[in-house]
Design a binder for this molecule. Structure first.
Ligand SMILES: NC(=O)c1ccc[n+]([C@@H]2O[C@H](COP(=O)([O-])OP(=O)(O)OC[C@H]3O[C@@H](n4cnc5c(N)ncnc54)[C@H](O)[C@@H]3O)[C@@H](O)[C@H]2O)c1
Length: 325
């Protein structure tokens, strides 16, 4: 079967690709597990060479806003699409037109191409907690109203609704997941406003001093890269009838304060020389973070068997194992 990952050169896209290649199969059009014979990584940038060592992998570099190119990549033979390409939160806020081109027009291009494919391909869409805004409760649950207050959040909500509507019409078999902040992001930070939550772990463990721009008491809902990749696979494999009328679900993150994250970095068993962590509040970032939920808890995701993490120490150990050792 042919599988396409948009954003396949990005942080989660690359990890998802490795996971799919290792497993070697996914549920195909027959409803049974089928071998993945072609995995296309579509992205604005080329993936690193090591991702292309596997004969099943093909990279296509281009713009998701280019409808003709997307139709070539997601062709009649495509069975599954993981749609992750996006301009992330602060990027979409800073560049209004670009955000709509990539996050809305790009998503429509993906859905139109999938609609034109043979059968109704499974399409898994990466949504975000940015769909919530305004008076957000400390714990976001399945019933929390959708009230985006950023362009990125609005684009993700529209994406979710399109996934549900194209599925209702039988054009695709779509699914959308609202991801908490994924920690630890390796390498360089991207334009996400939540970048410090990874930085507070990543920088000290790489011997770099870290200035955290929010108070030690600030809490966030997070999920590890390992777990989010398992959620993508689980969402793909799920019988979508179990999702109900809306094809979008919330994933359960866990709550961690930046002070606890800093303490856990100091406590972790490693002989690496650690950088120092200091707290210097940036009022702009603090105000953004104060508006975010402190955690997310989805009874629906739990009932459907989606995995979740439980503590920051395990997340840090997994980062050391996967990225540093
Ligand atoms: N990482 C998180 O904490 C998090 C949280 C919530 C939601 N999400 C969502 O998950 C998805 C993946 O996130 P990520 O952390 O891997 O982000 P990322 O920035 O690492 O990856 C996104 C990829 O999309 C690509 N892209 C951007 N514009 C493009 C365009 N015009 N055409 C083609 N490709 C383009 C980028 O080059 C990048 O490789 C995104 O949709 C993001 O909104 C991520």
């Amino acid at each position: 079967m042919k599988v396409v990952i948009t954003g396949g050169a990005g942080f989660i896209g690359r990890k998802l690709a490795q996971r799919i290649l290792a497993q070697g199969e996914l549920t195909g059009p027959s409803g049974e597990r089928e071998a993945v014979t072609e995995l296309v990584l579509f992205d604005a940038v080329a993936p690193p060479d090591e991702e292309l060592a596997d004969a099943r992998v093909r990279a296509v570099t281009g713009d998701i806003a280019d409808a003709a190119l997307v139709a070539k990549v997601i062709d009649a033979q495509t069975n599954s699409v993981f749609h992750l390409a996006a301009v992330v939160s602060a990027g979409a806020e800073a560049e209004f037109e670009l955000g709509y081109q990539v996050n809305l027009d790009g998503t429509r291009n993906v859905l139109e191409a999938a609609k034109a494919a043979n059968g109704a391909p499974r399409v898994v869409f990466a949504s975000s907690l940015a769909v919530y805004g305004g008076e957000v409760p400390d714990t976001v649950v399945d019933e929390t109203p959708i009230t985006p207050e950023t362009s990125y959040g609005a684009q993700k909500v529209i994406g979710e609704f399109l996934i549900t509507d194209f599925s209702r019409k039988g054009y695709i078999d779509g699914r959308a997941m609202r991801l908490p902040t994924i920690v630890v992001r390796p390498g360089k930070p991207n334009k996400a406003a939540s970048g410090f939550a990874s930085g507070i772990i990543r920088e000290p463990l790489n011997g770099v001093d870290m200035v955290c721009p929010v108070t030690a008491e600030s809490r966030m809902a997070i999920m590890s890269p390992r777990t989010v990749v398992e959620c993508f696979i689980h969402m793909h494999e799920l019988d979508s009838a179990r999702l109900g009328a809306s094809r979008a679900i919330l994933l359960s993150g866990f709550s961690v304060s930046m002070g606890d994250a800093a303490a856990a970095v100091q406590a972790v068993d490693t002989n690496r020389t650690r950088g120092r962590i200091t707290f210097e509040v940036d009022p702009h970032i603090q105000a953004i973070v104060d508006g975010w939920p402190k955690t997310t808890s989805s009874a629906k995701a739990g009932a459907l068997g989606f995995p979740s993490d439980s503590n920051i120490a395990d997340v840090i150990s997994a980062y050391i194992e996967d990225e540093l050792d």
